[in-house]
Design a protein around this ligand. Sequence first.
Ligand code: NAP
Ligand code: ZN
Length: 363
Amino acid sequence: MDAGFFVPVRIVGGENCVKKGAQHFAPFGRSALIVCGKSAAQNGALADVKSALAANGQSAVVYDAIPQNPTLACVYEGARVARENRVDFVVAIGGGSPMDAAKAIAVLACQDAPEGLFAHAIGNAVLPMIHIPTTAGTGSEVTPYAIITNDEQKTKQSISSPALFPRIAFLDGKYMASLPQEVTVNTALDAVSHAVEGMLSVRAGGMSDLFAKQALSLLLGEYENLLAGSYTPASRQNLLYGATLAGMVIANTGTTPVHGMGYSLTYFHGVPHGRANGLLLPNFLKECERIWPGSTRKVFDALGMDLQTFAQKVKALLGRRKKLPEEELRDFAARAAKNKNVRNCRVPFTEADLYTVLKRSVG
Ligand code: NAP
Ligand code: ZN
């Protein structure tokens, strides 16, 4: 089994790590563009970053106009702000949306992409990035991907390059004290999905499986707290470390049909990314087992439970689900079938198999 693994991101973790680790910002230059959404000002992360930068005599420009599911318009505008202010580096604060937007901004601040961002071959000239997650889910702080809304294709699309790895990820669960219960659950399910999908990727290896198992152990160890909606600082930190480990998994393996199908639920129905994956994951595993008996054994070993128990646990977290009409299920299956995530799965999925998963999950 292949044991290759590559995540060139310095991890600085623990309570108050941003302020305590101010020296880590120093080498990147005189001025930063801080990319965030509106919650960063409330959860304390923005104030901590400003104070760390000030301690080094570095200046900052704040660009806080990142919506959920970042758009091309917001990343081009962010790049314009970066160029106008001649910033030297980018600090991203937030969930996956600001963290991904920051990556695209870091590219577009240095590279013209006349053919459009999605067709652009990303070169190495990218502003250095420091990422500070305030949700525990996407793992974007350790991945070489940015997922941006592609309105032309009516989907969400990833751009990918080793140049998109942030230089540093600061992991402090205290920023999640204010995270709404729904976002906490959705993002935790995203991280679980990353670990599970990573294990079923054609690129899974001994090392990525090891990280996936540890991620699942941390994330599922918090299951009762997720269900009850009650968190200690330690449980927030466990969820965050679990999500970051799962991010390291997909940084090496990529994702599978769950993400490929989930993009349509998000694009057409506004279903949050993690929730979309949570809705699809149990039936995806069921279908994997039907197509290739035994293919999911290592996943359930790592989960420490069988499919039925896992499906019940996920269902209890998700609550009521919306049902979609037949023609949409068929359309979403056809769209997902064209997605490269499908070919990234060790279990071969046809469009009919994808339809089966969608029908059972949201039909
Ligand atoms: P998100 O869209 O970044 O944030 C969801 C909501 O939570 C926003 O309203 C956000 O507000 C709020 N929020 C964030 N942190 C908060 C805090 N500490 N306290 C209170 N509210 C807070 O959600 P996400 O699930 O983290 O990210 C999803 C995005 O990541 C999707 O676009 C998905 O495609 C992408 N993704 C990327 C990767 C990757 O490898 N790059 C992997 C998986 C998913 P504000 O933003 O206004 O602050
Ligand atoms: Zn995801």
